[in-house]
Design a protein around this ligand. Sequence first.
Ligand SMILES: Nc1nc2c(ncn2[C@@H]2O[C@H](COP(=O)(O)OP(=O)(O)OP(=O)(O)O)[C@@H](O)[C@H]2O)c(=O)[nH]1
Ligand SMILES: [Mg+2]
Length: 334
Amino acid sequence: MNDEKYCLGCGVKLQDENVLSEGYTTSLDKDYCQRCFRIKNYGEYQVVTKSNDEYIEILKSVGETKDLVLYITDLLNLEEDLKRIRDIIPNKMILVLNKKDVLPKSVKDEKIIEYFNKYDNEFSKVVVISSEKNYNIDYLLKQIKLYQTTNNVYVVGHTNAGKSTLINKLLRNYSTSDRELTISPLPSTTLNTVKIEINEYLTLIDTPGLLDSGSIVNYINDDDFKKINPKKEIKPKTFQVKKGQSIIVDKFFRIDYVEGEKNSFTFYVSNNLKVRRISSKHDDLKDLQKRTYEMGYNEDLCVNGLGFIKMVNKGTVNIYLDSRVSTYKRDNLI
Ligand SMILES: Nc1nc2c(ncn2[C@@H]2O[C@H](COP(=O)(O)OP(=O)(O)OP(=O)(O)O)[C@@H](O)[C@H]2O)c(=O)[nH]1
Ligand SMILES: [Mg+2]
């Protein structure tokens, strides 16, 4: 068939035969699939489960081009190993740190960029932006122009990082087209590559995001998801802690300060989450899986999908958390 048509919102192949399969539309005259139509107009979301293998094939094909790649990531939920993507995509790459608006305004971009440069990163450039708040988008476009090798520039990254939101913003700012990619707060919105011509020199190619099986978003219901997903600037919550003290983050995790000097823990999580100190004698959340971390000076403990805790001094902590959610430590990001 040479009349194959793809959804302008998520890239899936359109079909009008099976309501239950991907890409269904009531008529092939339409440009969007029913799922995109519903997300856009009613905020109704239909979960699509795909395996990462399919996405990795897409990323591999990106790696076979010589085109510039934008790697988008969510600043609050940075991947443990950002460099892993280089195994699949060796292309020239700009690291785009998105959702700056959720971090406190007092955090300076230079500080964040310095953090990445310290590790001799393999990115041509590191740029901090907020797609939603239109922050630094002009600067990003300048960098794209500087590094692009052809008209095509790929946009890759984990699911929910904000890839489609960024492309929509570039479309609004720099083109006259009224096209719009589908975006949603839940994972796996974009289902296939989608080409978007911004102008005669630049075509962006949106891709479906990689799923992260260690993220808490896979294991909570929609209401909890709304709760943990920060929409506004985070107000960090700082606690001075001594050994033997415990802090609980809503119903999601518990941290016990087991051993060490007086310490300061600052929680960077959604403002909707209740963070409170409890007596260590209480067993709240102790039924969750326990992990022990030896924290060094100035390290963060990151909880995948939820945020991170900035710690200042050396000490031993136990964290109690859903066993499927990954955690890791790193040098203080901010
Ligand atoms: N606070 C904030 N939220 C953002 C920003 N950019 C995107 N989002 C939100 O993040 C969620 C995911 O955005 P998408 O653009 O659908 O993400 P994606 O990377 O295309 O996701 P997939 O298509 O599933 O791979 C949506 O709820 C967006 O509104 C930003 O700069 N700040
Ligand atoms: Mg998308």
